[in-house]
Design a protein around this ligand. Structure first.
Ligand code: SF4
Length: 400
């Protein structure tokens, strides 16, 4: 483990000035003024389009208070500030999935995150519970890179080669319920960035090879941590027969990585780390394992959003952190740790644009309609898919 570093306090103001801007305001702008609204869910009644600021916030709180224990609001760490303030529980996808499986009293789980997370909550919750996603257009570009038809086709090709029996299908949480079901049906498992290492160890204890989707970087970084040589990890190109490999190469592979990535974490680079170190000697660099291998290797530390949060929270006062993950989380950690200096590794990084789609107007609409006895955006995973997805998710919850 790298030695934790410190930096001169007088550099703090400079860092504050280069750190990128995020959604720090609780004074929400109306939906109609959001440039991305054109691509978001539109069937929200027009009066909500113009709601903003304090009125919006007061209405969310009033509806929340009327619903009481009937509602649980879950918020992912990457949610904007004017949403996370309403979350009863906040965490990464692993923590939120675990909570969804444990909180059995709330009738409604309002999931402030993205589509695949709400699907997982529906699969893990009890039959009497209903999961609502405030904006159905809140997806994940990485999850979209693993089209279920393409992954099923890959699995079929491995079966035709006689390799599927030796291959453990492992899907990252960031995937559709149908891909989690594919894993469940075939002895496989779901992982998150919190438990990817333990999941790969669990997999290799049973089979000689892993098919890991959709994030090649988390798969590769985790494989390297376990000591698997890079030449035993192949990237499956879903546009090519056999993913672009020979049957012999696939048979020899330890990890077959899907060609997917996170557009937010792909922005971080070794050049940024070098520039940050040159400008701020003594800085600690901490990145998420969805970053490229060379970035993870150039950093001092890497880990899940929960790890990042814990690491900085428990760090000594005066320590300085350049963080490679989504900006809303970085800025929140910075505000929660005023005795440390925390900033984003990429000075111009944008927030996750799909997480950002959970605007408070959607939350207000969903809650006020529940108060009136009407339910919108109820997310339901088809029962057969849910059954097998749950098998893979339950395995995930037992592996740490
Ligand atoms: S940060 Fe990346 S992986 Fe996470 S929801 Fe956004 S696009 Fe998907």
């Amino acid at each position: 483990m790298a030695t934790m570093r410190f930096i001169k306090p007088d550099l703090k103001w400079q860092i504050d000035n280069i750190a990128c801007q995020n959604e720090v305001s609780l004074d929400t702008a109306p939906l109609s003024s959001e440039p991305g609204f054109l691509l978001w869910q539109k069937d929200i009644p027009k009066p909500y389009w113009e709601l903003a600021g304090q009125e919006l916030s007061q209405r969310v709180r009033a509806a929340r208070a009327k619903l009481g224990d009937k509602v649980l609001i879950l918020g992912h760490h990457y949610q904007r500030e004017d949403i996370i303030q309403f979350a009863d529980l906040k965490g990464d996808s692993f923590k939120l999935a675990k909570w969804a499986s444990e909180q059995q009293d709330a009738e409604y789980i309002v999931f402030c995150g993205v589509h695949f997370m709400a699907e997982a909550a529906d699969v893990l919750s009890q039959p009497h519970q209903k999961v609502l996603l405030p904006n159905m257009a809140a997806g994940c570009t990485m999850a979209d890179m693993a089209d279920p038809d393409d992954v099923n086709d890959c699995w079929q090709q491995l079966s035709d080669l006689g390799l599927a029996g030796d291959t453990m299908p492992v899907t990252y949480m960031n995937s559709t319920a149908s891909l989690k079901a594919l894993c469940g049906r075939n002895g496989g498992i779901v992982c998150t960035s919190s438990n990817a290492g333990a999941v790969l160890e669990w997999s290799f204890a049973q089979r000689q090879r892993v098919l890991f989707f959709p994030d090649q970087h988390l798969g590769r970084n985790t494989g390297v941590k376990l000591g698997i040589p890079l030449d035993q990890m192949l990237v499956w190109d879903f546009d090519l027969p056999l993913g672009g490999h020979t049957p012999e190469a696939l048979a020899a592979a330890r990890i077959i990585l899907w060609r997917g990535w996170c557009s937010v974490h792909m922005r971080f680079s070794v050049q940024q780390i070098e520039a940050t170190r040159a400008k701020y000697p003594g800085v600690n660099v901490l990145v998420h394992p969805e970053c490229k291998l060379e970035v993870v290797q150039a950093a001092d530390y890497n880990g899940s959003t929960e790890y990042i949060h814990k690491m900085i929270t428990e760090a000594p006062a005066g320590s300085v952190w350049a963080v490679g993950t989504e900006i809303n989380l970085v800025s929140r950690i910075a505000r929660e740790n005023p005795d440390k200096t925390v900033f984003c590794l990429d000075p111009v990084v944008c927030p996750c644009s799909t997480m950002y789609r959970i605007h408070p107007a959607y939350l207000c609409w969903v809650l006020e309609e529940l108060v009136e006895g009407r339910m919108h955006n109820h997310l339901i995973v088809e029962p057969e898919t849910a059954k097998w997805a749950k098998v893979a998710l339950d395995r995930m919850l037992t592996v740490h």
